[in-house]
Ligand binder design. Structure first.
Ligand code: ADP
Length: 497
């Protein structure tokens, strides 16, 4: 392929490591831009400046003084503080005390307004004399930034500044759509265009579904694995938007996430007890013993230790775990360390279990990144029996840290975990197809039995540790996607889909 000129990309996300994180979106937003930059492109990130992001801690500097951002019929001021991702990716943080000076990231009654403001401020920021930087691509992620493709086809459609800008919209999880009422259209300045309408998605005529708008209006759509890109075209996984996705399937692609292999490296990770790599695998045991101590479990290097690090929601398969955990604890020999936060029912459920099996099960109901890395390093098996999984990062990090994944074969889990084949001596984990407690139980038994065969297990661990999980290949695919978006840019403000 002929060499193309470097692209200018504005990448918007609601969470970006190391500044703010609740899940995988933050990992992607904090690592993909660095990989794209390394390929020679001018990529810049935008995110809200949440109250907890310390100005001193991250060396933020004001690069754009307060400027007016249209909201409904009024304006609200924003200013831009700049931080840096890695060595040289600028991060523009939209600063506004009213919207962001709070403890958390989401779950506020005015979330729609908060993210519309973030997006509008990011668009207006580009035109300020201080920045005056016009991207070729605006890359939006999840519902929080989905209004932008809607705007480039409506209120900004005739704005010469954005005339050559194409939009890319990445779905990290179709289950979170940002569904709000009519008022959002007024706040966003697009009330005159009204609701969307689609014969097969009737409620679009009554609610503002930001995810649906991102899908409908952006020039290119992608999701974070090839299998999930196919799955969401079906009613089972489509979260009722599958008819729109099918209409747009010629613009829908799947690109697998990578991980930041520099920070997530067992050979250099500062959070873990003992660094190790493929040539010093035996040192991994020190991490297991340390984790057992930390969790108050009986210290034993030989018992298989299962790790789980996850949001505690049904999506992640906790209903299946609930079905099998008692018989598994009774019949099988293993320890379990769980780190997660989420639905209160699961907090209660696991607290109770941890009390009853204190020397075999440790439960940490918090969000703690260093502890997560100690669990990846100290566990033998990583459990992720998701009902659906757009990509999943846990299984990738686990493999890099020598923990063998046991997963349900769905979405990105199907694309990254190859079921162990004892005859051929192939595979990098254990996977099961049917979403049932029995199938999960059987996969767990297979993993625990295989663990007993030290040499075979070692090969499984090594295959996981030596694979390439870096962003390099996927970052190139994003560049191709950006070029495709520029080629497919549509001029279209219509409402009927
Ligand atoms: P999702 O984005 O659906 O939550 P992913 O597997 O894509 O799932 O990404 C989850 C990321 O968040 C992983 O990096 C995982 O290690 C991390 N994580 C999840 N829960 C916690 C927690 N309680 N503490 C620390 N890290 C967590």
């Amino acid at each position: 392929m002929a060499t193309k000129k470097p692209l200018k990309i504005l990448f918007l996300a609601a969470e970006v490591i190391p500044f703010a994180k609740t899940g995988g979106l933050a990992d992607v937003a904090g690592s993909l831009p660095k990989a794209i930059k390394a390929l020679g492109h001018d990529i810049r990130v935008a995110m809200p400046r949440y109250g907890r992001i310390g100005r001193e801690e991250f060396g933020l500097v004001e690069v754009v003084p307060p400027f007016p951002v249209p909201m409904d019929s009024e304006t609200e001021n924003a200013r831009i503080l700049q931080g840096t991702l890695g060595a040289d990716v600028p991060v523009y943080m939209v600063d506004n005390a009213k919207y962001y000076d709070r403890d958390g990231i989401y779950m506020y009654p005015d979330d729609a307004e908060r993210f519309v403001f973030f997006c509008r401020a990011a668009m207006e920021m580009l035109k300020t004399p201080e920045l005056d930087w016009c991207p070729d691509i605006i890359h939006c992620n999840d519902w929080h930034t989905a209004i932008i493709p809607n705007w480039t086809k409506t209120i900004y459609a005739d704005d010469p500044f954005f005339a050559d800008v194409a939009t890319v919209y990445t779905i990290h999880n179709l289950a979170y759509q940002g569904i709000f009422g009519y008022r959002v259209l007024e706040i966003a300045g697009i009330a005159e265009y009204g609701f969307l309408s689609h014969a097969e998605v009737a409620d679009l005529a009554e609610v503002v579904d930001l995810m649906a708008r991102g899908i409908y209006y952006s020039d290119i759509i992608n999701t974070v694995s090839e299998t999930y890109a196919q799955e969401i075209l079906t009613p089972e996984f489509g979260e009722r938007l599958d008819p729109i996705l099918r209409d747009r399937r010629d613009r829908l692609f799947g690109i697998l996430n990578g991980i930041d292999v520099e920070t997530l490296n067992p050979a250099t990770d500062e959070y873990i007890e003992q660094n190790f790599d493929v040539s010093s695998l035996d040192k991994k045991t020190a991490n297991k013993l340390a984790l057992q101590r930390e969790g108050g479990l009986s210290e034993n290097g030989n018992v298989p230790l299962i790790g789980m690090i996850s949001r505690l929601t049904d999506q992640k398969g906790f209903d299946l775990i609930g079905e099998i955990i008692e018989p598994a604890m009774k019949n099988l020999d293993f320890q379990l360390v769980l780190l997660g936060t989420g639905e209160p029912q699961y907090h209660d459920f696991f607290s109770d279990l941890a009390r009853r099996y204190a020397d075999r099960m440790a439960v940490f109901l918090t969000f703690n990144t260093p502890l997560a890395q100690r669990i990846y390093a100290g566990s033998d098996i990583f459990l992720m029996p998701s009902r659906f999984e757009p990509c999943g990062l846990g299984q990738l990090v686990a493999m890099r840290y020598g923990s063998v994944p046991v997963v349900r074969a769905t979405g990105g889990l199907a694309d990254t975990v190859r079921d162990f084949d004892a005859v051929e001596g192939e595979g990098n984990g254990f996977s099961f197809q049917e979403y049932t407690g029995m199938a999960l139980y059987a996969a767990l038994v297979r993993a625990l039995e295989t663990y007993k065969h030290g040499d075979v297990w070692r090969q499984l661990v090594l295959r996981g540790m030596t694979a390439d999980y870096s962003w390099t290949a996927s970052a190139r695919k994003y560049i191709n996607l950006y070029h495709r978006a520029l080629g497919m840019k549509e001029d279209r403000a219509g409402q009927a889909i």
